[in-house]
Write a protein that binds this ligand. Structure first.
Ligand code: PLP
Length: 449
């Protein structure tokens, strides 16, 4: 029997990424408030938020300084925009700070409201750039099978997950997917990590040569693949990929929407994973999830081409009403100030060994095939048979059951395709709370059959 609030939800709301059939029976988990790393449902029950909301609430809940930053900006200037040369000081200051922080050559910052819009902008700018350079055939976009890059027509095309393609008439032509760098699941029998990554790089190069390098524009990749399974690529993988991209003049774009701002124990995931991209996309932890804000870095050569195109076309024809919303920028400024003042990213690096040790220990559980991660993110894969790594039947729903038992234990984690469970708590989680998280996850696994 659903509560009154839950019944009203079922009657009125469409939920993203939800089975709309079973949802009519189960109804929603209505979250009412949060404090620190804890959230409370409408009956007052506490849950350790082991997913930082949706990989974003890095500073946890009820951070008074972020509330004040939003409130002050809201009172002073709740809205103005960046169109037609208009500006405001929170966007200017934030762009200056981000330019300093970017681990890639950065001339300018372009703001969006979400990760999808950031990656969509990357695709459009890549096409725009190649037109400006007089190479109109160089337009194809590569990304990983199991990569996640968003839901717009272009970014859902880049995403390498069946739910984003089936019956959506996607991917669009010109969006191609390459092998997922998940050694546990996709390596051949006896293949070392080194041999596996060498093979993936060779397959990438073969694809580029087959398509024609003059038609391949960019490769977009997450440092750690998030929504596709919290998958950690093997060490050295990206260096091999990068060498191939460099040989064929293919732009390398890092999707840092989850990994940016400390998740891996470095400011950006590219640094932890040995990536040297041409540009990166960011969102989520930029505001600790308190308000929607994303963006991309633009290097000087690209920026000069954009200026050249404005001279030709009369304007830079791209941007949304809320690109660089002043209240979101004010919250981002405060978020970054707190990351620096409270040494949040150094703190992630300090807590990572405990987090990863507790995570890896789950690999001893009879249901768990792999438990792996980096920094404060990790994924576990549930298997029907550990020795052969055989997966459950697609409809078995075992990861969903683990997540439901975790919820009953007072822990929020997330199940992902391929019977994987992701863990990605707020960066401010205390060592004792890391233990609570894994104690509860262990009990949830014990309860699952
Ligand atoms: N890129 C990555 C790596 C993501 O994880 C996400 C969202 O989870 C996106 C892009 C899309 O961001 P948004 O949901 O803000 O559009």
């Amino acid at each position: 029997m659903l509560s009154n609030l839950a019944a009203r939800d079922v009657e009125t709301l469409i939920h993203p990424y939800t089975n709309l059939e079973t949802f009519r029976e189960t109804g929603p988990l209505v979250i009412e408030r949060g404090h620190g790393v804890w959230v409370y449902d409408s009956d007052g029950r506490p849950y350790l938020e082991g997913m930082a909301g949706l990989w974003c609430t890095a500073l946890g809940y009820s951070n008074e300084e972020l509330v004040e930053a939003a409130s002050e900006q809201m009172a002073r200037l709740p809205f103005t925009h960046l169109f037609s040369g208009r500006s405001h000081d929170p966007a200017i200051e934030l762009a200056e700070i981000l330019k300093e922080l970017m681990p890639v050559p950065t001339s300018k910052i372009f703001f969006t409201s979400s990760g999808s819009e950031a990656n969509d902008t990357q695709v459009k700018l890549t096409w725009y750039m190649n037109n400006a350079l007089g190479r109109p055939r160089k337009k194809k976009i590569l990304s990983h099978i199991k990569g996640y890059h968003g839901v717009t027509v272009a970014t859902a095309s880049m995403t390498g997950l069946p739910a984003n393609h089936a019956d959506w008439d996607l991917p669009l032509p010109g969006f191609l997917h390459v092998g997922c760098p998940h050694h546990y699941r996709f390596a051949e029998a006896g293949e070392s990590e080194d041999a596996f990554t060498t093979r993936l790089a060779a397959e990438l190069e073969a694809l580029i040569l087959r398509e024609g390098p003059e038609t391949v524009a960019a490769f977009v990749a997450e440092p750690v693949l998030g929504a596709g399974g919290a998958i950690l690529p093997p060490a050295g993988y990206y260096a091999k990929i990068q060498a191939v991209l460099d040989r064929h003049d293919v732009r390398f774009i890092a999707d840092e929407v989850i990994c940016g701002f400390g998740r891996l124990g470095t400011w950006f995931g590219s640094e932890a994973m040995g990536m040297a991209p041409d540009s990166l996309s960011f969102a989520k932890a930029l505001t600790s999830g308190y308000l929607p804000l994303g963006g991309i870095s633009v290097d000087e050569p690209l920026y000069r081409l954009m200026v050249q195109q404005s001279a030709k076309l009369g304007t830079f024809g791209h941007g949304t009403t809320y690109s660089g919303h002043p209240v979101a920028c004010a919250v981002a400024l405060k978020t970054i100030a707190i990351y620096k003042r409270d040494r949040i990213i150094e703190g992630v690096a300090e807590k990572a060994p405990q987090f990863q040790a507790r995570l890896s220990a789950l690999a001893d559980h009879p249901l768990v095939g792999e438990a792996r991660g980096i920094g404060l993110i990790g994924g576990i894969e549930l298997v029907a048979d550990k020795a052969s790594r055989r997966q459950y039947e697609p409809k078995a729903g075992v990861a969903a059951r683990v997540v439901a038992f975790a919820q009953a234990e007072g822990l929020i984690v997330r199940f992902l395709a391929g019977d994987r469970v992701a863990v990605c708590p707020p960066l401010v989680i205390a060592p004792s709370e890391i233990d609570t998280l894994f104690d509860r996850l262990g009990r949830a696994l014990d309860r699952t059959e």
